[in-house]
Design a binder for this molecule. Structure first.
Ligand SMILES: [Fe+2]
Length: 432
C-alpha cells in the first residue's frame, strides 16, 4: 500500500469520537427536582455512566464489616456496583480491598463469598497472588522444554491485582476505586460521620455479625434508593409498622438531606404508647388494623440502647443504607447489576457485649426485614411492579412534590424532600 491509498486522516478522527448515548439526547422534564422521568430507570448507557460517576468515581463504597475477616487470610467477596472486589485480612493484619479480576486475562479470581486462604489462585491459568494482591508466580514462567514462557523483561511486580483505597469507620470497611476521592470523613460529612459512629457503638464497641439476607430485586437501583429516602410511604404501604406502632405518622420525625442531597437521614421516635390508637392522623390511614394483636410484642418493642429514644435510618450514596428498626441493626448493601436488576444484601449485626436477651431481641426484630420481612417484603413487591411500568412508558414522569419543591430539612414524614435532594445531587453529577 502506498501513502496514496491510505484513508484520509479526517475519517480516522471521526471514527474515534465518542458516540452520543440515548440519554444524552434527552432532557430532564423540569428545571427543578419535582419531576422524575421514567427513562432513567431503564437505559443501559445511562446505567453505565452512573456506575462510572458514582461507584467508580470519587466517593466511598460500603464493602463489609471488619469483624467478618478477623484472622489473617480471612476474606469476603463484595461488590462495588457490578464490579466484584475481595476484602481480605493481609499478613500485615491490615484490611486490603482488591479487585476480583485476574491481572492476566480478567477472569474472576475468587468465586466464594467467604473463607480463609493463604493466597489467591486464578482458576483459569493458575496465576497466584498474595493476600495483598501482589503476583507471586505463574505456571511455566520460563516455559518448558526450552519453549514458551514469558518474555525476559516481564516484571511480576507490574502485574498485581488492582488495589483499592481502603478506610474504616466504626468497624465498617469502605473502599474507593478513585484516587480523587476526598477522605472518607469528608465524603460522609459531619452529620453522617457521627451517625455511623452512633450506629456502631460510638467507637467503644466491637461489632458482632448476626447473619445475612440476600435478594435480587427486578428493578433499577435508584428505585430502591428512593424507597430508602421516602418516609411518606412508610405508614401507608407498611401496615405492619402502623398497626404495631414501631413507626407512625404522628410521631416526631426529621428528614434531612446532607451535602446537597448526596446522603439522606430519617430520624423518628418510637411510639409504643400510641400503638393501635386512632387519632386525627391515623384516620387517614386505611391500613391501621385496630383488631390485630401480636402473640409476641418483643418483635416490635425495642429497648432504648442508644439512649436517645430515636430510630435513625440513613442512606449513604451510592451503596449503603444504615438500618435501625427497634433493635434490629443492619446494613443494606445496594448492588446494581444492570439497569433493571439490583441485588440487595443485608448484613445484620449487634455488639460483642450484647447479652442473650438483646441477641434474641435483635434476631426477632430482624424478622421485619429481609426478602420475606413483615415490612420489607412490601417494598420489594411494589418496586418489582414499578420497573415494568417505567420500561413500558419511558417518557412518563413521576411527581415528587410532597412537602414542597425544594430539598430543605423537614420535620414531618409527609415529605419527599430526600428524593428531591438526591435528584438535585444526581443531576449535577450526571450533567442532566
Ligand atoms: Fe418501605
Amino acid at each position: 500500500m502506498t501513502t496514496d491509498t491510505l484513508p484520509e486522516a479526517t475519517s480516522c478522527a471521526a471514527a474515534t469520537e465518542t458516540p452520543i448515548s440515548t440519554w444524552q439526547m434527552r432532557r430532564w422534564p423540569d428545571t427543578r427536582d419535582t419531576r422524575i422521568p421514567a427513562w432513567i430507570y431503564s437505559d443501559p448507557s445511562l446505567f453505565a455512566r452512573e456506575m462510572e460517576v458514582f461507584h467508580d468515581g470519587p466517593g466511598w463504597n460500603f464493602v463489609g464489616l471488619e469483624c467478618e475477616i478477623e484472622a489473617v487470610g480471612a476474606f469476603k467477596r463484595s461488590w462495588i456496583g457490578p464490579r466484584s472486589v475481595i476484602m481480605v485480612r493481609g499478613e500485615d493484619d491490615h484490611i486490603h480491598v482488591l479487585e476480583n479480576r485476574c491481572a492476566h486475562r480478567g477472569s474472576q479470581l475468587c468465586w466464594e463469598n467467604k473463607g480463609v486462604v493463604k493466597d489467591f489462585t486464578c482458576p483459569y491459568h493458575h496465576w497466584n497472588y498474595d493476600l495483598e494482591g501482589n503476583l507471586l508466580g505463574l505456571p511455566f514462567f520460563r516455559g518448558a522444554m526450552g519453549k514458551g514462557g514469558m518474555p525476559r523483561d516481564f516484571q511480576k511486580s507490574e502485574h498485581g491485582l488492582r488495589k483499592l483505597r481502603v478506610a474504616t469507620l466504626g468497624g465498617i470497611v469502605w473502599a474507593s476505586f478513585s484516587d480523587e476521592a476526598p477522605s472518607l470523613e469528608d465524603y460522609l460529612g459531619e452529620e453522617i460521620h457521627s451517625l455511623v459512629l452512633r450506629a456502631t457503638g460510638g467507637g467503644k464497641k466491637k461489632l458482632r455479625l448476626l447473619g445475612y439476607n440476600r435478594q435480587l430485586l427486578p428493578c433499577n437501583w435508584k428505585l430502591y434508593l428512593e424507597n430508602s429516602r421516602d418516609p411518606y410511604h412508610a405508614t401507608l404501604l407498611h401496615s405492619f409498622f402502623l398497626t404495631f406502632g414501631l413507626l407512625r405518622t404522628d410521631t416526631a420525625f426529621k428528614a434531612v438531606p446532607t451535602i446537597g442531597g448526596r446522603h439522606g437521614i430519617m430520624a423518628s421516635t418510637y411510639s409504643a404508647t400510641t400503638a393501635g390508637q386512632q387519632n386525627e392522623v391515623t384516620k387517614q390511614l386505611a391500613n391501621l388494623k385496630t383488631d390485630f394483636k401480636l402473640e409476641d410484642m418483643e418483635v416490635v418493642k425495642p429497648v432504648d440502647e442508644m439512649g436517645d429514644s430515636a430510630m435513625i435510618n440513613f442512606s449513604v450514596l451510592p451503596s449503603v443504607f444504615f438500618q435501625q428498626h427497634g433493635n434490629s441493626l443492619a446494613l443494606r448493601h445496594l448492588v446494581p447489576k444492570s439497569a433493571s436488576q439490583t441485588e440487595l444484601s443485608w448484613t445484620h449485626y449487634g455488639f460483642d457485649d450484647d447479652d442473650e436477651a438483646m441477641n434474641r431481641r435483635r434476631l426477632k426484630q430482624a424478622n421485619l426485614m429481609g426478602p420475606a420481612g413483615y415490612v420489607a417484603i412490601d417494598d420489594s413487591e411494589v418496586l418489582a411492579r414499578m420497573q415494568p411500568v417505567a420500561e413500558s412508558a419511558p417518557e412518563s414522569v413521576q411527581v415528587v412534590t410532597m412537602g414542597g419543591v425544594d430539598h430543605a430539612p423537614q420535620d414531618t414524614m409527609l415529605t419527599e424532600t430526600l428524593i428531591r435532594g438526591f435528584y438535585s445531587y444526581y443531576r449535577e453529577k450526571m450533567g442532566l
